[in-house]
Design a protein around this ligand. Sequence first.
Ligand code: AMP
Ligand code: MG
Length: 402
Amino acid sequence: MLELEDALGRILSKIQPLKHETVALTEAAERVLAEPIVSPVDLPRFDNSAMDGYAVRAADLAGASGVQPALLQVRGKVAAGGLFAGNVAAGTCVRVFTGSPLPEGADAVVMQEDTRLDPLRPDTVCFLEGVRPWENVRLRGEDVKRGASLAEAGDRLTFGQIGLLAASGLLELRVSRQPRVGLLATGNELVEPGRPLQPGQIYESNRALLAALLKRAGAQPEIFPLVPDTMEATRAALERTLATCDVAITTGGVSVGEFDLVKAAFEQIGGELNFWKVSIKPGKPFVFGRAGSKFLFGLPGNPVSALVTFLLLARPALARMQGTSETGLSQCPGVLTGPLANSADRRHFMRVVQDHAGRVRSVGAQASHLLSSIAKANGLVDVPPQTTFPSGATVIVLRWNC
Ligand code: AMP
Ligand code: MG
């Protein structure tokens, strides 16, 4: 049996990033950038007003107060998107609005709340206090200087970065292609949801769960038909999936039961198996294989085991294919509100709920067929063999929803 880290190391050593493609910026959120981007422009692009008010020369308002206001002549106005043709000469000001380009000659903006208009002298404004040079001015390049880094190759693009790249005028980006992942569920007992169940049959649930997870992981899931437990059907399903997908993920059929055919079928179609047992709970039976440039992840059938092995072993590989260095789940520390006990002789990745305040509690029973436990949970805690973490202990939660 392999340790988790050894298994992961072996998987990642086989995986290469996929080719790159060009996508529209508006489609690029959560995609992994293939090349660094430097800013083609200064941001802000020009000095502009941070307020609705008046562009002035700060020196003109030296000593202004409520008792002794400074009076300046209004020479015009400029809206956001406009340009003031003239110059703010000494003794004058220009009406501006948030985002208005700062008129030539001005070096500060006074917000309109700090001014008074005299109805008898509509072309002048009273200033009731002074202003520091460059106050209320958003300076050219203070956000980003032309040539500065906006994003690095390998970044999974956030909405904040998308906004920044849009502001810099970018339309398209080079990103890694998303892995196409075919989902196969094996088992004679499985029935498509929506069909009637015969005695002994169950609805298939792993493909729907994994498809949802795959989308979050930046992959493109494709659901294939159910696979009965025969060698021929398993072989045909694997061949068909790997013809069009980068990765096949199967569930079920990887332990030592009579109907566990995935390993043999994969070898029969020319695949090479790398290992099939990892020392973790849940999810000991696990297959990683390679057929040319295509890969197989054979997950256990129990839904909890399928989820945990996907998160710990398949998800990092899909991240690597997308060229990101962030291959693991987010690690969030939190304090246990009750004990977490592993009496087994393997590491147990126990399902927990972490609340908004960071507190962590077990979802209760941890058996690997309990779907309600994964519906409640939002993360896993790695509990070593024969170990109890007491209530109040700080643990690291591997979060799958952030
Ligand atoms: P297996 O790994 O094929 O031995 O399956 C282990 C357990 O998981 C059995 O109880 C199966 O019925 C169940 N199981 C296998 N595949 C699925 C699936 N796709 N959806 C729901 N349960 C499954
Ligand atoms: Mg089975």
